[in-house]
Write a protein that binds this ligand. Structure first.
Ligand code: ADP
Ligand code: 5GP
Length: 201
């Protein structure tokens, strides 16, 4: 039935656990969902492969794609470009799978102005301290990059606090609890949304 479900837009600050939740979902349901593989100009992290997590492209290629109107939305995040191509989303729909996008706030704003009509799900950290420690603990960022991503996280959180931006919030405190809720949302089941924590620590 997944072809009848609206796309799902997952957003939340870098390091909150979006990729972790998605990896579990795709491991549990290999055929039900289609990940919207974005284009990015950031270099691959260890273990990331071209065409799976992202299409890794040089800046000039990304700019050519912008000029060719290839993107539903695109944004600059922490010094790199990221974008969702029409082609990626079309391919997922063609497979009859529910399309899941993992994008940041500028992309969410642009998707709201598009015809995609997804469900918007915000993954929140339980606290800013937890977010910082996860970003550092992942071991993929330099100190400067962690600082940059945390500064951007504050903006993402401010946006999430605006009314009617997200349909649902899941606080990723305990991973099993968060995953259980995330799985229900992905399968199109109703959940009671979590309240957004104050995130002012
Ligand atoms: P994102 O994709 O949102 O940037 P990741 O999925 O890469 O975030 O998670 C960032 C780090 O936090 C990873 O090292 C991951 O293992 C860890 N993590 C994810 N969820 C939790 C959780 N509920 N509790 C503690 N650590 C977590
Ligand atoms: P990362 O570099 O950690 O993989 O991703 C950084 C941020 O870029 C995350 O918040 C992620 O959701 C966002 N992102 C990934 N792909 C896209 C995209 O296609 N468009 C937009 N706007 N953001 C994206």
């Amino acid at each position: 039935m997944s072809q009848f479900l609206r796309p799902l837009v997952l957003s939340g600050p870098s390091g909150v656990g979006k990729s972790t939740l998605l990896a579990r979902l795709f491991a549990d349901f290999p055929d039900k969902f289609g990940f919207s593989v974005s284009h990015t100009t950031r270099p691959p992290r260890p273990g990331e492969t071209h065409g799976k997590q992202y299409f890794f492209v040089p800046v000039n290629e990304f700019k050519d794609l912008i000029a060719a109107n290839a993107f539903i939305e695109h944004a600059e995040f922490s010094g790199n470009f990221y974008g969702t191509s029409f082609e990626t989303v079309r391919l997922v729909h063609e497979q009859g799978r529910r399309c899941i996008l993992d994008i940041e706030a500028q992309g969410v704003r642009q998707i709201k102005a598009s015809t995609l009509d997804p469900v918007y799900l915000f993954i929140s950290p339980p606290s800013l301290a937890a977010l910082r420690s996860r970003l550092q603990g992942r071991g993929t960022e330099t100190d400067a990059s962690v600082q940059k991503r945390l500064a951007t996280a504050l903006k993402e959180i401010e946006y999430a606090k605006e009314p009617n931006v997200h349909d649902l919030v899941i606080v990723n405190d305990d991973l099993d609890r968060a995953y259980d809720l995330f799985k229900q949302v992905a399968l199109g089941e109703d959940i009671v949304t979590d309240p957004l924590p104050p995130l002012d620590d």
